[in-house]
Design a binder for this molecule. Structure first.
Ligand code: AP5
Length: 244
C-alpha cells in the first residue's frame, strides 16, 4: 500500500453524499487517527491519505525519499517540513478533481498547516473540517505497545479487535509486524512529547478558522466513529446525510 486508499462507498449508505468533503483527522500517536480515518473514508467514499503510511511505503520500497527519512522515523522525530509538504502536495495534485479526502497525520507543525492553507487557496479549494481526537497519555502508550500492522497493506491491528490476532493479515494475508517506532518506550515517549509541544498552535489555528471539533477518543472504535459522524452530520446538515 502506498499511503492512499481509495475507499469504495459502503453498501447501504446509498448515494447520499452530495459533495466531497476535505477533512483532517489529528490527534496524538495512538489516538486512533488511522483507524478512524479508514472507517470514515470507507463510509463517505473519500481517499484516506496518511503521511505516515506514505513515508513507510517509501522506506519499504527503498526510494531515495525513503533513505532520507528513515533516520527521523526510527527515532520518532518529524520528517522536515519541506520534504513532507512537497510529498503531500504531489499526492493531493494527483487526485481526480473534486475528490474528497481525509488527511491523517498532516499537518504536524503550524508551518505545515499554513502551507496547506496556501495550497488550498491557490487551488480555489478549502478545508471543511478538522477533527481532533483526544486520548489521555497513559492509554496511548498501552495502545502503541500492542499495535501490529500488516507489512503489505498497512492495516492496523490492536486491542480493539478483541485481544488476540493472527500472525497474518485478514485482509491480504501479509505478515503482521510491529512498527519500528512502537518497539521502544523511549521513542513512544518522544513522539508523544513532540505532539504535545507542536499541536497547540495547530489547534489554535483551526479553532480561529472555526473548523475544529474535538472528540473524546477513549470509547470503543465504533463509539468514536459514531461521535465523529454525528459532528459531520450536524455540521453538514442539508448537504450530507449519514446513517449512524
Ligand atoms: P504516523 O504514522 O502518523 O504515526 P503517529 O502520529 O505516531 O500516529 P499513529 O499511527 O502511531 O497512531 P494513530 O493515531 O493513527 O492510531 P491508530 O489508529 O493506529 O507517523 C509516523 C512517523 O512518520 C512520525 O513519527 C514522523 O516521523 C513521520 N510523519 C508522519 N506524518 C508527518 C508529518 N506530517 N510531518 C512530519 N513527519 C511526519 O491506533 C493505535 C492503536 O490503538 C491500534 O492498535 C488500534 O487498533 C488501537 N485503537 C484505535 N482506536 C482504539 C479505540 N477506540 N480503543 C482501543 N484501541 C484503539
Amino acid at each position: 500500500e502506498d499511503g492512499i486508499r481509495d475507499q469504495p462507498r459502503s453498501r447501504g449508505l446509498g448515494d447520499v453524499y452530495k459533495r466531497q468533503l476535505q477533512l483532517i483527522v489529528m490527534g496524538p500517536p495512538g489516538s486512533g487517527k488511522g483507524t478512524q480515518s479508514l472507517a470514515l473514508a470507507t463510509d463517505i467514499g473519500a481517499m484516506h491519505i496518511s503521511t505516515g503510511d506514505l513515508f513507510r511505503h517509501h522506506e519499504r520500497s527503498a526510494t531515495s525519499l525513503g533513505d532520507q527519512i528513515q533516520g527521523f522515523m526510527k527515532k520518532g522525530d518529524l520528517v522536515p517540513d519541506h520534504i513532507t509538504i512537497a510529498m503531500l502536495k504531489d499526492k493531493i495534485e494527483s487526485l481526480p478533481d473534486g475528490k474528497g479526502y481525509i488527511l491523517d497525520g498532516f499537518p504536524r507543525t503550524l508551518n505545515q498547516a499554513i502551507s496547506f492553507d496556501e495550497m488550498l487557496t491557490a487551488g480555489s479549494s478549502k478545508l471543511d473540517l478538522v477533527i481532533c481526537i483526544d486520548v489521555p497519555e497513559r492509554q496511548l502508550e498501552h495502545r502503541l505497545l500492542r499495535r501490529m500492522i500488516c507489512a503489505e497493506c498497512s492495516l492496523v491491528y490492536g486491542s480493539h479487535v478483541g485481544g488476540e490476532y493472527d500472525e497474518y493479515c485478514k485482509n491480504c494475508g501479509g505478515e503482521l509486524q510491529k512498527r519500528v517506532d512502537d518497539s521502544d518506550k523511549e521513542v513512544i515517549g518522544h513522539r508523544l512529547k513532540k505532539y504535545l509541544d507542536l499541536s497547540l498552535p495547530i489547534i489554535d489555528h483551526y479553532q480561529t478558522h472555526g473548523i475544529l471539533h474535538r472528540i473524546d477518543g477513549t470509547g470503543s472504535v465504533t463509539e468514536v466513529t459514531t461521535a465523529i459522524k454525528r459532528v459531520l452530520a450536524s455540521t453538514f446538515k442539508g448537504t450530507l446525510s449519514f446513517n449512524y
